[in-house]
Design a protein around this ligand. Structure first.
Ligand SMILES: Nc1ncnc2c1ncn2[C@@H]1O[C@H](COP(=O)(O)OP(=O)(O)OP(=O)(O)O)[C@@H](O)[C@H]1O
Ligand SMILES: [Mg+2]
Length: 587
């Protein structure tokens, strides 16, 4: 597309209207500012006529001709005040327009995201949650999970209660403050939260106590909480499937890539499965199970399995026990490493029956509005296997309850797997993702990077998790070049219009060309500011959102005060624990 003609000739027609506009821009503030100043300073309402004479008087300083007796500085002061008053809203408007123009085109517009806001998300909630049918006015948190505000100026976006979410953000990018804490505070039903820190616990505990019972499973003293509950770890192991799942959680806690199991790991999982099954079916304790593991020649579990009719399982275990001593010992040693955390009596106590304390029962938890905090350290000696086992038990209890309730849990359960790769390695999480949404279990997995997920679930597993997540939030600090490139490709390309001017002896010409450019190039994705995230939702174009950290919300002051009290209580408990240890050491 091109247009020929001299450059000067091109602009000539604009010269006269431009000059006229300039005069209007000067005349209007002087005219209006002077008139208002005259009125306010007691010279009355005397608007001058729109004449050339009046204009010349105003710009030449001869204002006394229009408003006799009134000092000129009042006229010009009025005009300046008027301009200043008008400038701020105008500047705001210009800023908005510039921002809008700078926004990468080909990101989703508010109209495309209507299903995630206002009436759209409300209608979806009414479809998914029969209990809301007769409620005339829904609270926004009953309609869906708050994701954040669409950039640059809103509105707020929510995911529905059948969405399952995967969020990737670097450390300190706002996973806990911008996602985990607001979700716990706003959850309409039961909550399950895993973490390796006490931050979410301290901010949300008091608020959650207002709506239901709060359970804290803290076997490693992350929040220095006294043990006020126990969970029967073996209760779900009365089937081969249940026993195998629990064995899998312990194996995953020591095996970095769950998709790759060497002989020893696979054999240890088989042996643990048989032992968990034997203990559960016979009513034996975890302590007895540890004793069987310590002594591979002990025939008790084989006999117990036979007694309960699990003959094939008993034969298999017997085969392992009777095998070559080196092989048998290798398998048992690997199995012992997997459950090594249970050797710590402090951890063991949380998963062993205690008649003096209430038992945590996953089947009941999923039906109320209670909250369970699952806290564990990461790294060696962590209780990650137990944490994953309990998280999995709750999720499965949720699925079973949903089946009893006609398909979906209502109110939906919120499961937030913060630091999932460190403390909650549920090996088949990618498979669970594909059906948890349809059961009313709103699960969010928070990871620091895609690679971190690959280390736990392997490339195919992480790929499956990524594909199954219907909502993906990618936040600040994603530094993996391959992954960021992949996301940039997913976000797509758009046409960029480039005008070009050229001059020759025949005059000048202007042409416009179009080229394809990435909507969000990799470097922009890498440099996303803290507190913002790229939203990839199924079925709509990507969007940029601003997270809503709890400390910027209206109720932050009250929550912050409660959080401070909670932090103080943890500090006191930590100090008391330290003194007890010191006095033991000295004594
Ligand atoms: N009450 C608060 N007021 C203001 N800023 C805060 C508050 N609490 C945390 N922050 C800041 O918010 C940012 C995000 O912290 P957050 O704990 O959410 O990160 P994260 O992604 O969960 O990190 P990690 O992976 O280390 O857990 C940090 O820079 C932190 O200092
Ligand atoms: Mg965090």
């Amino acid at each position: 597309m091109s247009r020929q003609g001299g450059m000067g000739g091109e602009f000539l027609p604009w010269l006269i209207p431009g000059f006229a506009a300039l005069n209007v821009v000067i005349f209007v503030p002087l005219w209006l500012g002077g008139t208002l100043a005259a009125l306010l300073s007691g010279y009355g309402w005397q608007p001058p006529p729109f004449t050339l004479d009046a204009y010349i008087s105003l710009v030449s300083g001869n204002t006394g001709k229009i408003w006799p007796g009134m000092p000129s500085y009042l006229v010009y002061g009025g005009a300046v005040a008027l301009v200043l008053l008008g400038i701020s809203p105008a500047a705001l408007l210009v800023r908005r327009v510039v921002r809008r123009l700078r926004e990468p085109r080909s990101l989703a517009r508010p109209s495309e995201l209507s299903a995630m806001m206002g009436k759209g998300i409300e209608a979806r909630a009414r479809d998914l949650r029969p209990a809301l049918k007769d409620v005339a006015q829904l609270s926004p948190d009953d309609t869906g999970n708050l994701l954040g505000d669409l950039m640059p100026a809103g509105p707020e976006l929510r995911s529905s209660y059948e969405d399952v979410e995967l969020d990737l953000m670097a450390p300190r990018a706002g996973k806990s403050t911008g996602i985990a804490i607001p979700r716990v505070l706003r959850a309409p039903g039961p909550v399950l939260l895993t973490s390796n820190k006490s931050d979410v616990f301290t901010v949300t505990r008091q608020e959650r106590m207002k709506v239901g019972r709060v359970w804290t499973f803290d076997p490693q003293g992350i929040a220095y909480t006294e043990r006020e509950m126990w969970w029967d770890m073996l209760s779900g192991c009365d089937t081969i499937e249940g026993a195998r799942r629990l064995a899998g959680h312990f194996v995953s806690s020591v095996n970095d890539d769950s998709s790759k199991k060497d002989f020893w790991i696979a054999a240890a999982q088989n042996t643990l499965t048989a032992l968990f099954l034997a203990a559960s079916r016979s009513g034996s304790s975890v302590n007895e199970l540890l004793a069987w593991l310590a002594d591979p020649a002990d025939r008790t579990p084989v006999d117990l399995l036979r007694d309960v009719g699990m003959t094939a399982m008993a034969d298999q275990l017997q085969g392992t026990v009777r095998g070559a001593v080196e092989t048998r010992d290798g398998i048992y040693e690997t199995a012992r490493q997997c459950v090594a955390c249970l050797l710590d009596p402090e951890i063991l106590a949380w998963v062993s029956p205690d008649p003096d304390l209430p038992e945590f029962i996953p089947d009941q938890h999923v039906l109320g509005r209670d909250t369970l905090y699952l806290l564990s350290k990461d790294g060696g000696g962590s209780a990650a296997g137990v944490i994953a086992g309990l998280a999995d038990a709750i999720i499965r209890a949720g699925v079973v309850a949903a089946e009893r309730m006609g398909g979906r849990l209502d109110p939906p359960m919120t499961a937030i797997l913060d630091e999932a790769a460190n403390v909650c390695r549920i090996s088949d999480l990618p498979d669970l993702y594909s059906h948890l949404g349809s059961r009313g279990i709103s699960v969010v997995t928070l990871l620091q990077s895609y690679r971190q997920g690959v280390r736990v679930w392997g490339e195919p597993g992480m790929d499956a998790l990524w594909s199954a997540a219907t909502i993906k939030l990618l936040g600040a600090g994603l530094d993996d070049a391959d992954f960021v490139d992949k996301v940039a490709r997913l976000v797509g390309q758009h046409d960029v219009r480039t005008p070009t001017y050229s001059r020759s002896k025949d005059g000048s010409s202007r042409s416009v060309s179009y080229r394809q450019e990435q909507v969000l190039p990799a470097d922009k994705i890498r440099a996303l500011p803290k507190g913002t995230a790229l939203l990839l939702a199924t079925g709509v174009r990507p969007a940029l959102i601003r997270l809503r950290p709890w400390y910027k919300e209206a109720n932050a002051a009250a929550i912050s005060a409660a959080a401070k009290a909670e932090v103080q209580a943890i500090t006191d408990r930590a100090a008391a624990s330290w003194s007890r240890r010191e006095s033991r050491r000295v004594g």
